[in-house]
Design a protein around this ligand. Sequence first.
Ligand code: MN
Ligand code: MN
Length: 459
Amino acid sequence: MERPNAWKSYDEEQLKQLEELCSDYRRFLDEGKTERECVKLTVSMAEAAGYKNLTDVIRDKQTLKAGDKVYATCMDKTAVLFHIGTKDLEEGMNILGAHIDSPRLDVKQNPLYEEADFAYLDTHYYGGVKKYQWVALPLAIHGVVAKKNGETVDILIGEAETDPVISITDLLPHLAGKQMEKRASTVIEGEKMDVLIGSRPVEGEEKNAVKASVLKLLNEKYGIEEEDFLSAELEIVPAGKARDTGLDRSMIMSYGQDDRVCAFTSLKAILDMEQVERTACCILVDKEEIGSVGATGMESKFFENMVAELLDRTGEYSELKLRRCLANSRMLSSDVNAAYDPLYADAYEAKNASYLGRGMVFSKFTGARGKSGSNDANAEYIAHIRNIFDDEKIHYQFAELGKVDVGGGGTIAYILALYGMEVIDCGVAVLNMHAPWEITSKADVYETKKGYEVFLKRA
Ligand code: MN
Ligand code: MN
């Protein structure tokens, strides 16, 4: 069942909307390169759209009713938004979920050292990366340093035109005979992913004068000391902005589109809702790339706790109503899919692959080696969604991630499914997934945002 290319269906007005949405999207990608930055952006966009902080609502003992909009955050790394509908919460919500963490290099807790008049930051990579893709590239540092006095300092180096960048070095081809014989998985080793951050010794120091110079700069600019790395969260990401891609500008290349392409479109969709019958919800979570664990991952009780608070503020809280609200909910668990790449056709099964430009991607199941570990969406639920999407003329396709016994991957779908709610995996097709620079189609960004709106309104 080949699906049509969405580009062929657009009129002038739709093309204008598509470009506007994608220029917002590029800005979101540039300003939200880490989960903390995404949460900050989410809060400012939500407040501009009339959302109130649920913590304030609770503190001030305010009550909530249909039409009210609230958000909550957890440790500045996870956010949830609710737009209360006219139907009882007990009847369930329509939930959009995506993750805002992306593969990257995290700075270790004891990171700084000097060798041969170079200063380095030692890293531990986060998520699934092909390590050889991360060398000889301009990189930036994003993150925070929490100081003992209670202050948290924001760090951002490498993004402004006038900023310096940092980089991991690689061996020149002339000397790489031995290196080139290694397997791609070991050609760059994890412990060799140390980032070069300086080479100029400070005056008046005999030993480690380059390291001392870097520390002096950090102290002058941010007021931090070497020990402060112990309580820092510093993420090394590719430096630079999202760009239009292709001579026809049909695509976008950027760092972190897994899964900010779904986070952005979900967020835009809920913020654009005027009124809803079933309560609309958008969850943007951290730690998906390392198994959804921890206080800010999907496995955390944070989401359930916030739904309980929401019920309480509407005067409807009971343990049973909370269970019913969750069980009666419907969810789109949104994450990127591996777009069919003709250069690597071998890895895909063409009939069941996702294609750039053919719209939002649904996956009945994910998992690997016999669907292992997957949520498997209910056929009746899929029929319900197909009906709405066809009715609203949204472009969509159904796909698996790679061919049987090759592909597979986990998402947050199975965690929400534990409540007994209807959940299906969906998202956007991406080329170069998990590479420093990933590629999406503008048409898919546009269709997905429209699809999410239709889901919130009608599912
Ligand atoms: Mn991923
Ligand atoms: Mn993902």
